[in-house]
Write a new protein. Structure first.
Ligand code: F6R
Length: 369
């Protein structure tokens, strides 16, 4: 049932292009607009929304962090993202005009369930983004947008994460479409890009051998740091989480702009630092700032592992290892930038002799608070 792969995780990483395509299927009509009929919250209700709050745990929380950038950019609705386990205990400000989005692969995560119950008690509408048909979280929500990743068996989430991102983009674009924003043309263009993105994910998967080889050389390291900026920041957090849970290594993700506010003190000779570089075309200021971060950490001895768009030559002189990803619109980059980090963590775990599909101390679905 592992389909010829050694681990479910490898199978599930390989299934990502299909999972992404399946999650888009039937949701983009031939004219290029979105039809999310299953989201049983009417367009007029969606026009009334004045705040979006996303609640989730772990990897699903990282998807939510990325969704914030997309939702605020395309819809101009303020969006907060909060760990479900923190949310209800701080007495969050919610009302009937707040849309709460609960993201959960399993649909059974107790922290997320308790957060959504709290939101509904305050009169907010709850939209679930979920991978498991008929599970508790969608059953208790006002509406659900299912991700179509298929069953995810490995404890570490991979294909579910990519499909959660797709669902978040769909919701953001749909909100933008329904409410009509000045980004109308951009929304149209991004919907087109999104409809082709599974091929880009496939292309990334075809170039992963050097990433595996690199991972094997790092098996005896104690720590790996991850840096990103804008949507690359949650990608860095996700890369670090995968490495912790699978390789049992100390790993931390930082916002690149925070480096000089503390984390740069961690940089020493030969410490591996993975840097997710934003597209030089989109927000070029951010790109240039991160290139100078790479220079700074390399000057202090870091071993730089740079994930950068094809054709971005500015990073070449500062990259000890260069991982290329396809050109994508800025906000969609996490769909391709996360894949090498999954492969990296999986290979490091294998090299360290760990049980990839069943990391120690972890359960696939966390049904206690
Ligand atoms: C990480 C991982 C966990 C889950 C988290 C939420 O690889 O799998 O962090 O993402 O426990 O689970 P769901 O999405 O089922 O609510």
């Amino acid at each position: 049932e592992k389909g010829g792969y050694d681990y479910f995780m490898l199978k599930e990483i390989a299934e990502q292009p299909k999972a992404v395509a399946d999650t888009l299927l039937g949701r983009i009509d031939p004219s290029g607009s979105l039809t999310l009929d299953e989201v049983r919250i009417s367009p007029s209700e969606l026009r009334e929304i004045d705040k979006v709050v996303i609640v989730a745990c772990g990897t699903a929380f990282h998807a939510g962090l990325i969704a914030k950038y997309a939702i605020e950019h395309w819809t101009r609705i303020p969006c907060e993202v909060e760990l479900a386990s923190e949310f209800r205990y701080r007495d969050p400000i919610l009302d009937g005009r707040s849309l709460v989005i609960a993201i959960s692969q399993s649909g059974e995560t107790m922290d997320t369930l308790m957060a959504l119950r709290h939101a509904r008690e305050q009169g907010s509408k709850v939209l679930a983004i979920c991978n498991t048909n008929g599970s508790t979280i969608p059953r208790e929500s006002d509406a659900v947008l299912y991700t179509h990743a298929g069953p995810e068996v490995a404890v570490a989430s991979t294909k579910a994460f990519l499909t959660q991102l797709v669902a978040c983009y769909l919701v953001a674009l749909y909100l933008g479409q329904v409410r009509g924003t000045k980004w109308g043309d951009e929304i149209q263009a991004v919907i087109k890009d999104l409809s082709r993105i599974s091929e880009e994910v496939e292309r990334v998967l075809e170039t992963m051998e050097p990433v595996r080889a690199l991972a094997r050389t790092l098996a005896s390291k104690n720590t790996v740091l991850f840096l990103g900026r804008h949507v690359g920041y949650p990608v860095a957090l996700e890369g670090a989480l995968k490495l912790k849970e699978l390789a049992y290594m100390h790993a931390e993700g930082f916002a690149a702009g925070e480096l000089k506010h503390g984390p740069i003190a961690l940089i020493e000779e030969d410490v591996p630092v993975v840097v997710v570089v934003p597209s030089p075309r989109g927000r070029s200021v951010l790109h240039d700032k991160i290139v100078s971060n790479i220079q700074e950490i390399r000057a202090r001895g870091a071993r730089t592992i740079v994930i950068a768009e094809e054709g971005d030559e500015t990073v070449v002189p500062y990259a000890d290892h260069l991982i290329r990803i396809p050109v994508t619109p800025t906000l969609l980059q996490p769909l391709v930038a996360t894949v090498p980090l999954q492969v990296f963590a999986c290979e490091l775990a294998t090299a360290r002799g760990n049980e990839v599909d069943q990391p120690r101390n972890l359960a696939k679905s966390v049904t206690v608070e």
